[in-house]
Design a protein. Sequence first.
Length: 263
Amino acid sequence: KDELAKTGDMYVEALSMRPAAKFIEDQPGLKRVSVRLDVDHQPNVGDIFGLQWIWGGGATVLKDYSHLFPREDLMNVRYRIEPSSTPDPGAVYQDSLWKVYENRKAFPRAWIVHQTVVASSDEAAVALAERTSTDLHKVGIVETPLSFPGGGIANDSVSFQEYQAGAMKLRARTSSPGMLILSEVYYPGWRAVVNGKPIPVIRVDGGIRGIPLASGESRVEMEYVPVIAWIGVLSTLLTTLVCAWLAWRSWLLTRSVGKELAE
């Protein structure tokens, strides 16, 4: 690893992670990965190997994400890649250059809660989420009061039927009304449909998505429709109406001139 670092070639360094990335890819279920190095850069295992990870480069970062970034467990980061020289025991994979560790405390990609508590701000929500007495597996932190009658947790289940960057489908079963929480960053433009009916997407736990559910079976579909798309639709509609109006006015003028000539 030290010899590799001397080359200064981050791409070569990233390619050396292929066996570790393959190990993670072969593990069942949806999961995210992080890379920990004692340098500023992080090899882009996301783009190179198609792994879902939480790092990236950019001039700006979403405010909600900046709150969530330190909470790797809440963001479903199940695996982390570290240099083979890392002294920590318990690696689930190791080769001559890299080790892979599993975070068994990582949250699933989606789960269901039946209790909520209110936080007046993002900062308050983050502070509340960091308290050891707050079990986010069972409690959702919301901005406005939201209660669920019954409050049971028996036999709840949730599974993904389809997962894409801009759309996903899930099936959930709840023993009583509750809220589906996803370890996905909340952002305006996400729409949810539950059993064919539109349902609001709620900001939960300081910046991830929540969807209220009734008891029983739920078919959940989520799709990202950015505001710019609606602006485009309205702009097209307005343009069409203006063109139709102009055509109608032109037809009236032509008809009027025709009548005058006939007379």
